[in-house]
Design a protein around this ligand. Sequence first.
Ligand code: R2B
Ligand code: URA
Length: 311
Amino acid sequence: MACRKKDAHEKETTPIEQCAYVSNPYLSTMKEDILYHFDLGTRTHDLPAMFGDVKFVCVGGSPWRMKSFIQYMNEFLGLGCATAEIPDICAHTDRYSMYKVGPVLAISHGIGIPSILIMLHELIKLLCHAKCSDVVAFRIGTSGGIGVQPGTVVITKESVNPLFNPVLEQNVMGVTQSYPTTLSGYLAQEMLNCSKELDKFDTILGNTLCTTDFYEGQARLDGAFCHYTTEDKMNYLHAAHKAGVRNIEMESAAFAAICARSGLPGAVVCVTLLDRLQGDQISSSHEVLSEYQKRPQTLVGYYIKKKLNTK
Ligand code: R2B
Ligand code: URA
């Protein structure tokens, strides 16, 4: 669907309504909300018309992957859009890409907690402005495995920080706030059941370590700098494994914390590209990696189709 901009004279004069997903008294004092990083706004776009029917939101790091996910969903759900014509709704900004077919919205979030947090604030407000209800959210992505075969899909039980605690710590005005990263256990189990029905690739439930760096933050020995030893690295990865961690990535804590704060049921579904107990470099061929990256999409697509068919 193309962006439906409101005519310049069509000004909203009523304050922005509160809705279940947001918790900010200041929002209802605003006459207009500009979702700057999406290049969308309440005064310039008819957000209920553009997004009011959204029931499934799927976010992932790369714009290319989210485009391929929406093209896949278009075909898998038989929605009949010409795939070449599914536009990037955020085409006027290169911060994030956004695609929609039927009730499915796909948005890229870039790498790391700061990037996904900004996107999620604007997404949660977007869902409210569009008057969406009963939305389920997914993060699909890649990760490094710990003690699992490359290509295994990990459904996150708990997203944990580098001390293996299920919290996102964020500094707000000089004070460290601690937000729980509890995800819906029910949804995770439903996803696991779907993977059993699909029976196409190994899928497990496990804890996910969320870091703020790919190299030293994930105990790699191949960054530009390294002040620790192979033994330190292996001790840390084994301690993570003992704490139930089966994969490492860089956004799940922010995703889980925002889901918990907004009340959105959410699941994190990431494929492992390598086993970190065996090495640090991602050396599989492009063909292999690209097949792996389709796995979370396949699983989430299966869940969405099943939900739509049982309505
Ligand atoms: C997984 O892969 C990316 C780093 O290569 C990061 O976005 C993540 O979470
Ligand atoms: N993404 C990560 O964050 N870590 C990996 O090892 C692989 C993908």
